[in-house]
Design a protein around this ligand. Structure first.
Ligand SMILES: [Cu+2]
Length: 277
């Protein structure tokens, strides 16, 4: 009888142990896991915000509050080679179907926030090296962020990851990660270029009308986007006219209007940062 009681005591002890130990392990795992999950979704304290708009078939990048926006499409060489009976051997094209005309330029060592949306159908901005794959859904704005290590400058590649139509396979993504100084110089030059190109177009009623109706002066309509390369890219693609583009802009405009407070904060922070240097 005594022996049986003893073994029951021991059974209880064992049961407590094999319950308590896993509970402790689970809690110990849950804390860092939850912290990481929160961090993944945490798009605060970013230093740069870029609005990414997927369209059939390419990407539009807008550096919010920086006066820089441009389209990024499949590079002309790949585009020519992919045509049936083009006579161009795809093997002769560098990074066939993986290059774009205007890569997204970002600084390293900077927390970059992306606002991802779609202009027509659902796309998905996917760059595996950044661990970012976000759907660009018309009428919605998804957030994502990445921060490239300071010594990892160079080109990063990605694809649209949402079956979005006929040319889904022909809207690659190229990200050009530059040093902070290199990026600032590029941004300054690009902004000056776009400002200069926009100046003569301002007096015409078509270009000034959208600016008057929207509070975001830094959002040029794609049709009126004056950069030479952008115009060339649009003109070279017969399936998509500039007119058709502008019909999709209300979604895009609404997207940027949703975050004025946050971007104002960032502007102040950035101005302070620039002044300090
Ligand atoms: Cu797509």
């Amino acid at each position: 009888m005594k022996r049986r009681q003893g073994s029951r005591m021991q059974r209880t002890k064992v049961e407590i142990v094999w319950t308590a130990v896993p509970v402790v392990i689970l809690i110990a795992m849950a804390v860092p896991a939850a912290r990481t999950l929160v961090e993944i979704e945490d798009t605060t304290k970013t230093e740069l915000t870029i609005k990414v708009t997927g369209f059939q078939w390419g990407w539009n990048y807008e550096y919010l509050d920086k006066g820089v926006t441009f389209f990024s499409r499949l590079d002309r060489k790949s585009d020519a080679a992919r045509e049936l009976g083009s006579g161009v051997d795809p093997n002769t094209v560098d990074h066939y179907l993986l290059n774009v005309d205007n890569p997204l330029v970002v600084p390293v060592g900077t927390k970059v926030r992306l606002l991802v949306t779609g202009a027509d159908v659902i796309h998905s901005w996917w760059v595996p090296a950044f661990g970012v794959k976000k759907d660009g859904i018309p009428g919605f704005v998804n957030e994502a962020w990445f921060n490239i290590d300071a010594d990892k400058t160079g080109l990063y590649r990605g694809q649209c990851a949402e079956l979005c139509g006929r040319d889904h396979g022909f809207m690659p993504i190229v990200v050009d990660a530059r040093s902070k100084e290199g990026f600032e110089a590029w941004l300054k030059e690009k902004a000056a270029q776009q400002k200069e190109a926009a100046a003569p177009a301002a007096p015409t009623p078509t270009a000034s009308a959208p600016a008057a109706t929207t509070p975001i002066a830094s959002t040029p309509t794609p049709g009126a986007t004056p950069s030479g390369s952008v115009v060339a890219a649009t003109a070279a693609t017969p399936t998509r006219s500039p007119g058709a583009q502008s019909s999709t802009t209300p979604t895009v405009r609404a997207a940027s209007a949703a975050t004025p407070a946050a971007s104002a904060d960032r502007t102040v922070a950035l101005v302070a940062h620039v002044n300090a240097r």
